[in-house]
Structure formats: C-alpha cells, structure tokens
Design a protein around this ligand. Structure first.
Ligand code: SAM
Ligand code: SF4
Length: 473
C-alpha cells in the first residue's frame, strides 16, 4: 500500500522529533465539525484510508449526539466488516519492577519506598511461564521497569527462556515486550531473541506536560522517548507498538498525536505501528494524582471509536485495567486484542493470588476474570477467541496491515488460524461447558469459509483431536 503523503510543519525525518504541539492544538481549535462532515470522514475510513489530522479533528470535535452515534456506528461497521469477530488473547508477565525513573503516576517510581522490589529469578520466571501455559496462554508480553539490571541482554535472555519452556502441550509462541526505550544496538539484541512487538508508550505527547510527570531519570528526555521506535526501525525491528496514558493530558490532544506518530512511522519507514494502546490511569501505590484530565467512560468509548476509524489497519489493545463490562462493550468498537487471566504482581501466576496488593503491582487492575472465564464470555457473544501467531512466525510482519489490505486474507488465514488455536485450547484446557460452546462457534465460523478451506480446516481439527499441535496457515 502506498501511504498518502501529508505535509506537517515539522517534516518527517527518521530519528528526529516530529510532534508540533501548537499545530495539533490549532487543528483542534480551528476544525469545525458537522454531521455531514463526520459522514464524509467515516466514509473515507470505511474505504480503508488512514485519516489525516484534519479528519481526526473533525471526529474529535463532533460532540452532538447525532455525530457521536455516527462515529460509534462507523467504528462498529469497520470492525465487523473488516476484522470480523476474532479477538486475540494474551497475558502480561512482569519480570522486574526495579526502576530508576520517577514517573509520578506509576507505583514502580524510584521514590516510592512502599513498593516491594523484585526481579524474577530464572527459576521463578520458568515457574510463571509454566503456570501461564497451564492455563492455555500462547502469547505473552514481558514487562520491565527501567533499571541498569534490565539490559538488552537480560531482556533477550528472558525472551529466550519464555520460548524454551514447554509444559504438557503448552508453549509460548509469541513474546512481545514492554520495556524502556533502547539504543539501536539494544533493539538489535532483543530482535535477535525473536520478539514479536516492542511497545513503548509516550505517556503524554505534550512536551510541557511530559516534563512535569517525568522529573528525573532517563525517561525525563522527551525526544529520546519520542524517537524510540525510529531506533527500533533502524535496527530492523519493524513490529512496534505505540500508546498514550490517558489522564495525563487532554485526551483529544493525545489521540491526534497518536495519529501523527503513526503517519511519522509510515512516512519514514513505510510501515505504521502494529498496535496502539490506550491505557487509562489507575490507582497505584502512593499515587496522588489530580483528576483534571480524567477521561470518563463516555469519552473513553468515543476515543476508542475515533482511533478505530483513524487507523483502520492498526491493532488496538485494551487491557485488564478496565472493568469487564466496559471491555465487553469496547470490543465492538474496534479493539482487536485483550489480555486474559491477568496478574501483575511479580510472581503472582504461580501464587495464584487473587487479592491485589497495591505495593506489589504497578497499578490496580479492574478485570479479574480467569482466561477461561473471558474465553467463555467471548464465545457467548459469538466472538472467536484466537491465539494465532502464524503471521509473525512465517515472516508476514505488519500482519494487521495485511489482514486489512490483502483481499480475502482474513478468510484464508486469520479465521482458520483462530479456529485451529481455539480448537487446541478446547481440547487441552477448556472445561466441558466452554468446550461445548467453543465447538459450536467453530462450526458457525466454518460457514464463512469457502469449501476448499473448510475441508483443510476440518482435516486439521481432526489432527488436533488426535494430538498434533501448532498447525497453521
Ligand atoms: N518501564 C517501562 C516504561 O516506562 O516504558 C515499561 C513500561 S511500564 C512497566 C508499562 C506502562 O504502564 C507505562 O508505559 C504506562 O503507560 C503504564 N502505567 C504506568 N502507571 C500506570 C497507572 N497508574 N495506571 C495505568 N497505567 C500505568
Ligand atoms: Fe519506571 Fe516505567 Fe513506571 Fe516510569 S512507568 S516509573 S519508567 S516502570
């Protein structure tokens, strides 16, 4: 796909900062929105165009109920028509919470003496991974504080461990990373360990606000963080995730900046981010944040729908920070990946802790459901839970881009792979009721496949029932 060239006041040069706060505020201040304009913008999005800043501002400034309904409906349609009913599942695994930064919103910040500091030993790491495999997980995101101990070599070693642990039929097939930004050499080192996506959230794209939340440490350097994923690309790591922490500054500004970041990566590297994350600030150990940029559920729903329309081919991640009710609702507006069975206290998958201790985790989560409970609820809503890792393992990177732009890709690859990975889960881990619901959903999805693919999928499901694993297209 050729990306539409766009001209902004700060030109897109690799490894150079690209956010012009004034320009973004001008777009927000000067764009007048009407339902007719909103319709035109949604139409462009449904025709597979990533929106430009002017168009995104049109959606953001649409506050009348007619326009807001149009936006939600547009996002719902885009999600249904283009992505179908698959939801990819993963789990976070916190490897170490030592941190030399002092981000004012985070329980791990260096000045928080209440936090219990811990780095998993090799043995503990293996045990955590085994516990995750026992519940059926196949995709992990490893999370780390920013600390001299957590070098690229240390991160790479933990990734290799995650891939090496096999328990029963369990194995981890994709390891993503959420850790501090690295230099180019560091990104090369973790890439060699076979990671999937490397996520770095800018937290807030507003330069002045950023300064106030990051008073000291490496993370105080706004530009170094902003250009992190340029360095990843320079290192050949083309699968990257961006994000903003909502609640630090005006959500409207952050949505615009996330789109600007997307088009910067497209302009410089011809590939946008693989995923966008949009965490909202949650309670954390010794947290004393004001709430002047608090994002309500209603605003949050709007911003998710706007992001879906703005970047139609980018994966969208919604974590267990949000409660089950809201997560279920937001699935229809374009979220494509969620975590399940989440525990964020260090070592808690083994301990099977259900009481969350503010001083042992980064923040409080609000969705305590087990992986199976989540899968069961997805099945009840006729969604198709997926643990698929095929594209990345076959070198088809930029997979969402492909899903979206290659005609028939979803029916030929994504849906069959989701069905096969769900079948494995049903055979290996699901209780009876979930298994029953799961086979029905698999059967229902057969109807969407052409005859040749149906025969291939049925054949592979038979093989799975007889003990073969890891079959994919
Ligand atoms: N230490 C690395 C860094 O800061 O980039 C790794 C990421 S940190 C462990 C994971 C993310 O959690 C942060 O980027 C931030 O967006 C988010 N986070 C921090 N404090 C939070 C809070 N109180 N509520 C919700 N999310 C929070
Ligand atoms: Fe450390 Fe990351 Fe928390 Fe900041 S957000 S204090 S860098 S763990």
């Amino acid at each position: 796909m050729q990306f539409r060239p766009e001209v902004y006041r700060i030109p897109d040069i690799p490894m150079q900062p690209f956010i012009d706060c004034e320009e973004i505020l001008e777009y927000l201040g000067n764009t007048v929105s009407t339902p007719a304009k909103v319709r035109d913008v949604i139409d462009r999005s449904l025709h597979k165009n990533r929106l430009n800043l002017q168009e995104v501002a049109t959606l953001i400034n649409a506050t009348d109920s007619e326009s807001v309904d149009l936006i939600k409906e547009g996002a719902r349609e885009l999600k249904k028509k283009i992505y179908g009913n698959r939801i990819v599942l993963f789990a976070p695994l916190y490897v170490g919470n030592k941190c030399s930064n002092d981000c004012t919103y985070c329980g791990f910040r260096a000045s928080n003496r209440e936090q219990v500091r811990k780095t998993l030993s090799q043995e503990e790491l293996v045990k955590e991974i085994e516990a995750l495999e026992d519940s059926g997980q196949k995709r992990l995101i490893l999370v780390y504080g920013e600390h001299a101990e957590y070098t690229p070599q240390f991160i790479a070693a933990s990734v290799r461990t995650a891939y090496s642990v096999k328990k029963g039929n369990g194995e981890i097939r994709r390891v993503n990373i959420n850790a501090a930004p690295l230099d180019i050499e560091g990104f090369r080192t973790v890439k060699e360990a076979g990671i999937g996506t490397y996520q770095v959230f800018q937290e807030t794209y507003h330069r002045e606000a950023y300064k106030s939340y990051h008073p000291r440490g490496r993370k105080a350097d706004y530009d170094y963080r902003l250009t992190s994923l340029d360095r990843a690309q320079e290192a050949g790591l083309d699968d990257v995730g961006i994000g903003a922490l909502f609640g630090l500054y005006d959500w409207r500004f952050e949505v615009m900046a996330l789109v600007r970041h997307t088009n910067h990566l497209e302009a410089c590297y011809n590939v946008g981010p693989h995923t966008i994350s949009f965490p909202r600030i949650k309670d954390a150990s010794m947290l004393h944040m004001g709430d002047c940029y608090f994002v309500s559920d209603e605003e949050f729903t709007r911003l998710v729908a706007i992001l879906r329309l703005a970047v139609p081919y980018t994966g969208m991640i919604l974590t267990a920070r949000e409660p089950a009710r809201l997560r279920n609702e937001l699935l229809q507006y374009g979220v494509s990946q969620i975590d399940g069975g989440t525990r964020i206290e260090l070592g808690s998958y083994v301990e099977k802790e259900t009481n969350h201790d503010l001083n042992k985790g980064q923040f409080l989560i609000n969705d305590d459901r087990s992986l199976n409970e989540i899968i069961d609820e997805l099945l009840q809503q006729e969604m198709l839970p997926s643990f698929c890792t095929a594209c990345y393992r076959l070198g088809r990177t930029g997979e969402h881009f492909m899903e979206f732009s290659v005609p028939g890709f979803i029916k030929r690859f994504c849906t069959p792979n989701a069905m096969l990975t769900l079948a494995e889960y049903l055979v290996d881990y699901a209780p009876e009721g979930t298994a029953e619901r799961g086979w029905k959903v698999i059967e229902k999805n057969m109807e969407h496949l052409n005859e040749t693919v149906q025969v291939e999928v049925r054949d592979r499901i038979e093989k799975i029932k007889q003990g073969t694993r890891d079959l994919y297209f």
